[in-house]
Every structure is written in structure tokens, then in C-alpha cells.
Design a protein around this ligand. Structure first.
Ligand code: SF4
Length: 104
């Protein structure tokens, strides 16, 4: 590989890495849903599915969580991701709310 070709290749790799870093930074800037806000409270949202009020939601089980909900669009291995119920915010992949619908 000639030096100029190698330099171009290295610049392309650096540019690609920068774009990946920017994308990751943007993904992290989405605010998390706050359990204490009015809408999440009305939906019974809990960031930890094991902390859901069993008296209020007797049909809830600990196996139900955002990660396996049809409305969750985060990556399978991510700690959080978008949910159609809370646009512009992220929910915990281990969370739950009363709109839970098992992913098919
Ligand atoms: S709708 Fe599904 S993904 Fe969204 S908060 Fe409720 S359980 Fe989680």
C-alpha cells in the first residue's frame, strides 16, 4: 500500500470512528422517562419491573418488561431504548408500564 493510499485509508477509518462516537453520544442524550412525572405515573411505569405495585396491577409478572414489549424499539442488549408511549424519551429495558404488550 502506498503512503498516500494508506493515509487516505487511515483518514476514512478515523472519520468513520468519529461518526460512530457522535451517534453513540446522541443516543445517550435522550432523557430517561421519570417515574414521578404525571404520564408515567398514570401508566404505572416503573424503571424496574420487580418494583411494580402488585396490588394495583395484579396481572403484572416480573417476566414482563420493556425489553420484550411490542412498543419497545431499543436494541436487544441495550439498557434503555425508545418506547412509542413516551416519545422523545427512553425507558429502561427492565422497566414496565400498564400498556405492556408482549412482543410477538
Ligand atoms: S409500553 Fe412497553 S416498552 Fe413502553 S414503557 Fe410500557 S412496558 Fe415499557
Amino acid at each position: 500500500m502506498k503512503n498516500s493510499t494508506r493515509r487516505v485509508f487511515m483518514l476514512q477509518v478515523a472519520a468513520g470512528s468519529s461518526l460512530i462516537a457522535v451517534g453513540a453520544a446522541q443516543a445517550q442524550t435522550v432523557p430517561m422517562v421519570n417515574e414521578k412525572d404525571a404520564q408515567p405515573m398514570a401508566m404505572g411505569y416503573a424503571a424496574d419491573t420487580t418494583k411494580v405495585d402488585a396490588k394495583k396491577f395484579p396481572k403484572h409478572t416480573a417476566a414482563q418488561k420493556c425489553a420484550n414489549c411490542a412498543l419497545y424499539s431499543g436494541k436487544a442488549d441495550a439498557a434503555s431504548g425508545p418506547c412509542g408511549i413516551f416519545p422523545g424519551k427512553a425507558v429502561s429495558s427492565n422497566g414496565w408500564c400498564s400498556a405492556y404488550s408482549k412482543k410477538a
